[in-house]
Design a protein around this ligand. Structure first.
Ligand SMILES: *Cc1c(COP(=O)(O)O)cnc(C)c1O
Length: 400
């Protein structure tokens, strides 16, 4: 007799495009930091849908924002203004220090917009040959061809043909950046913490150096805050840890609407004319539904002081992970706020550990090949951190 689960798995294997590596289970529902699969097994979610579900699962503010807005006005396209979108733009400008917002539906799209902004800015200024971008080895900026050209990891790029217009230099190496600069460089794009690359924070002085170099050359500094934004690192933006560095543009997505698709490219007023009407756009971008949910997420962030909690509970998670360094299977811990990595020893297969952890009831992801990445909901408590770390300790302890 085939069970309901077996039927679903069979259908998934037959119909879904097989570009992912899902395990043999189906997720059913969630509540706070926990999710359940269809068999009733409970998991502590310490990855939050890749740094997305900042309010955890099934948060009532998100549910009611969705319900209210869907019952009122769900979609109109950008032929017209809509109120939640105007309010969100104003709110984001205030929170980030930027002056203009262009909305899309994902991180990749936000980076595409930023790339087009940089190129078109110089085109409009009579410098059409100034389109090269400098990006960093080990970076991740998305998977469409434009965003993929920025992404500095061969495993994502291989097989997709030439991805021109971008020079990759080692992350943290300001001399290499200087050498790669030229009159054809439109901008430099950087993550304040390389997320997919393995949770690698920018070395001291690096972002300040990039700001200085871009200013010297009249190029733009573009910051990818898709993973680091919305409180993940203990400040609203990753770049807020560097108060002297003001980017020309930045991209946000992932956590911005707590799980409802949204992306945003923000820039300074001097770039407000770079993409004139007709030069870029999106059917869904800035729709009232996603905008209303983003406003609800930002409200909760403020009400529960979640950015500060990300800093304090994140520091606690960091301490707990560092203490696991006494096991042979662990080679170190690093991170910022509630974006953390536990680096495993060379002899350990990180993917197997993720599977073992899932079976033991904790969800994490692999980043940078050898690190377990922790990016839990920002509502996670110290007790829940303890609960998760105890399970991690048990699993890595057995490997040691
Ligand atoms: C996830 C991510 C992206 C891509 O976002 P999508 O929503 O998957 O398109 C880009 N940059 C960074 C830093 C990311 O973490």
């Amino acid at each position: 007799m085939t069970t309901e689960l077996e039927k679903l798995l069979e259908s998934a294997r037959a119909h879904l495009y097989p570009n992912y590596r899902q395990p043999e289970l189906v997720m059913s529902h969630g509540q706070g930091v926990y999710v359940w699969d269809t068999s009733g097994k409970r998991y502590l979610d310490m990855y939050a849908g890749i740094a997305v579900n900042v309010l955890g699962h099934a948060h009532p503010s998100i549910a009611s924002a969705l319900h209210e807005q869907a019952s009122k006005l769900g979609h109109m396209s950008n032929y017209f203004y809509n109120q939640p979108n105007i309010e969100l733009a104003e709110r984001l400008c205030r929170l980030t220090g930027m002056q203009r917002v262009l909305f899309g539906n994902s991180g990749t799209e936000a980076n595409e917009a930023m790339l087009k902004l940089a190129r078109h800015h110089f085109y409009s200024a009579g410098q059409p040959d100034r389109y090269r971008i400098i990006a960093f080895a080990n970076s991740f900026h998305g998977r469409t061809l434009g965003a993929l050209a920025l992404t500095g990891q061969d495993k994502y790029r291989e097989g997709f043909g030439p991805l021109p217009g971008v020079t990759h230099v080692p992350f943290g190496d300001l001399e290499a950046v200087e050498r790669a600069m030229g009159p054809d460089v439109a901008g430099i794009i950087v993550e304040t913490v390389q997320g997919e690359g393995g949770v690698l924070p920018a070395p001291q002085g690096f972002l300040e150096g990039l700001r200085r170099i871009t200013e010297q050359h009249g190029a733009l500094l573009l910051v990818d805050e898709i993973q680091t934004g919305v409180g993940r690192t203990g400040r609203f933006l990753g770049i807020h840890h560097y108060p002297t560095v003001k980017p020309d543009a930045l991209s946000m997505a992932k956590a911005l609407a707590g799980g409802v698709p949204i992306g945003a490219m923000l820039c300074s007023e001097k770039l407000a004319g770079a993409l004139p009407p007709g030069s870029h756009g999106s059917t869904f971008g800035g729709n009232p539904l996603a905008s209303k949910v983003a406003l609800a997420v930002l409200d909760e962030l403020e009400k529960q002081d979640l950015v500060q909690r990300s800093a304090s509970v994140g520091a606690y998670l960091g301490e707990r992970l560092e203490a696991l360094g006494r096991y042979k299977a662990v080679s170190g811990a690093r991170g910022q706020g509630l974006l953390r990595a536990l680096e495993l020893s060379e002899t350990v297969d990180a993917r197997t550990v993720v599977t073992d952890l899932r079976e033991a009831g904790v969800l994490v992801t692999v980043a940078g090949g050898r690190a377990l990445r922790f990016s839990p909901p920002l509502i996670i408590t110290r007790e829940q951190v303890d609960e998760g770390v105890a399970i991690v300790e048990n699993v890595v302890g057995k490997l040691s």
